[in-house]
Design a protein around this ligand. Sequence first.
Ligand code: TRP
Ligand code: SF4
Length: 334
Amino acid sequence: MERVLSGLRPTGKLHLGHYHGVLTNFIKLQDMYECYFFVADLHALTTNYAKTEDIQSSVIQMLADWIAVGIDPEKASIFIQSSIPQHSELHTILSMITPLGWLERVPSYKEKLGEETPSDLHTYGFLGYPVLMASDILIYKAHKVPIGEDQLAHLEFTREIVRRFNYLYKTVFPEPQPLLTTAPKVPGTDGRKMSKSYDNCLYISDPPDVISKKILTMVTDPHRIRRTDKGNPDLCPVYDLHKLHTPPDRLQEINTGCRTAGIGCVDCKKVVIGEINTLLAPIREKRESLVKQPDILRNIVERGNKKAATFAAATMQEVKEAIRIVYDFRTAGL
Ligand code: TRP
Ligand code: SF4
């Protein structure tokens, strides 16, 4: 079976943007491939090395969300990057064969350094971000990597490194292919893209009344000021949420109701609040029980770590043999 690998940086509690953009995709993939899903805590250090106090809780909150939404440890290996030392070991090896120019060319590097960023990103680790990501992928000899558009350049970099390694030493790694996930539009409460940095998120773990309150304060079609004004759902972020959560016949009713002023924004919002809370109810329940019994999460990760470590150790051995950094002291007399 082909292997799929993907990682997410630990950002804490996940929101509906993650749910529709990433997690539902992971859930589909776990039935189709041998999947490795991990928390990229070392990648968090490439930018947040000076502020590490939140990493532990971010990692655990994120894992709780993964399991609660249905990422299944019976199907996929779920683990933490820093627990598998071979990621770092392969990173060292790959760094030896990585031309600096390849790294300086990576668009995300150029962009980040161009921005006014509070933390100093002129570090070796940040420049090497793509090398670490290549190591994550290659240590499991992944065939497919589900990623967003923004990570494509990193995967292309990985493929170049594969060609260089296989050419210099021996064919060890397959060239990983992207599984491009077209992230649907998930607006936050202010109408911009849902993002923690905008403070506009509907979190998977939000209780029903919080979801309700957040959506009731959400911006709508700005031209629909009075109840009697006709609205345009195409200009309304609430309607974008409807598209993701409301069944087609109901959606059509809302659309027509909005355009004819047959339905008010509050009633319209109540419908989507109901749909989202119905979606989240079983997820919340599972999440709460996970948070109350930390042993369950710990066991899941221990099992995932073990499986990942076994694979990673075998690959690393192969890498060392290919490079000829394995030592047989019986040759001492030669
Ligand atoms: N760079 C990815 C991101 O920011 C996270 C990541 C790290 C990753 N290593 C990976 C994704 C390996 C896929 C494969 O989202
Ligand atoms: Fe948006 Fe619904 Fe109001 Fe129309 S009725 S503007 S879709 S909130």
